[in-house]
Ligand binder design. Structure first.
Ligand SMILES: [Zn+2]
Length: 129
């Protein structure tokens, strides 16, 4: 708000004058008055327009930021899902079963949990280690 005394007529007086002129049928005078008022209050009108435009821009910026955050969240979720798939729970082959040959010798071990074939010297005791 400006503290310097205004040399402009008050808005209501201009409106009243405009109404009187309009009632008298002086449309050209009303048009000139409107133009004059627009020039006199250009600063305020421009300020209000600029504020409105600024608010719209700020809203658009906020929305864009929100969209970026949303995208980032989706990226992170996708990355976490990928990581979850790439790192399955490590299998200790605790349920590994011996695979005997015809002679009865254990030639290998097979883990039914992860389908991993293990060497003959593998034992479930080793897995527990
Ligand atoms: Zn296993």
């Amino acid at each position: 708000m400006s503290t310097r005394p205004s040399t402009r007529p008050s808005g209501w007086r201009v409106v009243a004058l405009g109404a009187l002129l309009a009632m008298g049928g002086a449309w050209q005078a009303v048009a000139i008055l409107v133009l004059l008022a627009a020039v006199l209050w250009a600063e305020e009108i421009w300020g209000a327009l600029a504020r409105a435009a600024g608010a719209v821009r700020a809203r658009a910026r906020a929305r864009r930021r929100l969209e970026l955050l949303e995208d980032r969240l989706l990226d992170l979720q996708a990355a976490m899902a990928l990581q979850g798939q790439a790192l399955p729970a490590p299998c200790a082959h605790e349920q590994a079963v011996p695979v005997p040959a015809v002679g009865g010798n254990v030639v290998a071990w097979l883990c039914p949990q992860c389908d991993t074939q293990l060497p003959a010297d593998f034992s479930t005791l080793e897995a527990a280690r």
